[in-house]
Design a protein around this ligand. Structure first.
Ligand code: RAM
Length: 343
């Protein structure tokens, strides 16, 4: 069927905003935990944009950890490609199976809305995390950091790395991804308003596919011989671009930054391909999404602004405007701190 199991390693960093960051690596048993909570149907399915992306493996591990803590049942399913409708069949299957909740990172703001509406009509609580749908299609969105903050940190990093002037391009994920498209719009505004000497020459899409992202990087460098920097607001894209740059004549000449996982980029920080990049803790994001789903299932919250709930080791969270819960701030990784992280 669609379910898959994985597991041997869980690297969970309790990344506070402060410089003091605790890394906790824990072993974890395979296959998901089972059990019932206080009466609610705590069977929760995680549905990432696509499978095979270490970012979502880490967020799913966080979800599984939380669900084990509160005695629910964890499952993860997902498509191999991050296309707009590829998640529909998994939503339908989960609803047919009678899960209590779905935690989903959406490939498109509206393409999965009909399926989500049906699931919700059948009593499934729907929480988006990482990449939202239209707000009407879900009960809650767990946002990793504000879109403005995520956009600004990337613009600031590339500006700093290219000395505030020159051509830059964006290597994004799938063309319809809600999260990347929101950040890109805000980056465009920031470049225009605050960086008059930086020219954004192109936005290309690697579809959160490694090879496509690698090929798009090569094409960008050919098309724009004066390119000074690439911003890739996707962990798949930045890793593929780093791999390309690291063995090319552009290494150390064309800056690369964006959003990446420390484990995927460590070697490129060490070899000088990348100076610094940003992210949040995907495990915490999945963990928070799981607790939020539980709070909805148990009826502790409805998803209204001002609702608050407990999220285990992360503490208490309050629902903000547009039924959104905020995890924290983005965090910048560079050679001085990358060794402290394992995800
Ligand atoms: C990729 C995905 C995900 C995004 C990260 C930064 O893993 O596109 O949605 O949040 O990058």
């Amino acid at each position: 069927m669609f379910a898959f199991t994985r597991k041997t390693r869980v690297g969970t960093a309790a990344a506070a905003l402060a410089l003091a960051v605790t890394l906790v690596a824990t072993g974890c048993s395979g296959g998901g935990s089972t059990g019932e909570g206080d009466g609610g149907n705590l069977s929760i399915t995680f549905l990432p944009k696509n499978l095979g992306n270490p970012y979502f493996e880490t967020s799913n591990q966080g979800g599984e950890e939380a669900i084990a803590e509160f005695g629910g049942t964890f499952e993860q399913v997902g498509p191999s490609e991050a296309t707009p409708t590829s998640q529909v069949q998994y939503i339908q299957t989960a609803a047919q199976q009678g899960v209590g909740g779905l935690a989903i990172s959406a490939n498109d703001p509206s393409a999965i809305c009909d399926a989500l509406d049906e699931a919700r009509s059948a009593g499934v609580k729907v929480v988006t995390f990482d990449s939202d749908t239209d707000a009407a299609c879900r009960d809650l969105f767990i946002n990793q950091a504000t879109a403005e903050g995520i956009a600004k940190v990337q613009v600031d990093l590339v500006s700093e790395q290219i000395g505030g002037a020159g051509q830059v391009a964006i290597l994004s994920a799938a063309a319809n991804a809600t999260n990347q498209n929101t950040w890109i719009e805000l980056m465009k505004e920031d470049f225009a308003a605050n960086h008059p000497n930086i020219e954004l020459v192109d936005v290309v899409y690697g579809d959160d596919d490694d090879q496509t992202s690698f090929d798009r990087t090569a094409a960008l460098l050919q098309t724009y011989p004066n390119l000074k920097g690439i911003v890739s607001p996707t962990t798949v894209g930045i890793a593929a671009a780093a791999r390309y740059l690291s063995t090319s004549e552009y290494k150390g000449k064309v800056a690369l930054t964006g959003l990446g996982t420390p484990n995927q980029l460590r070697e490129y920080v060490q070899d000088g391909t990348i100076t610094s990049f940003a992210l949040w803790n995907p495990a915490d994001l999945g963990y928070l999404a799981a607790y939020a789903t539980k709070a909805l299932i148990d009826g502790d919250i409805k998803g209204a602004e001002g609702d608050s709930f407990e999220a285990g080791k992360l503490g208490s969270f309050t629902v903000g405007a547009d039924s959104t819960v905020l995890l924290g701030d983005p965090y910048v990784f560079d050679s001085s701190n990358i060794a402290d992280f394992n995800f």
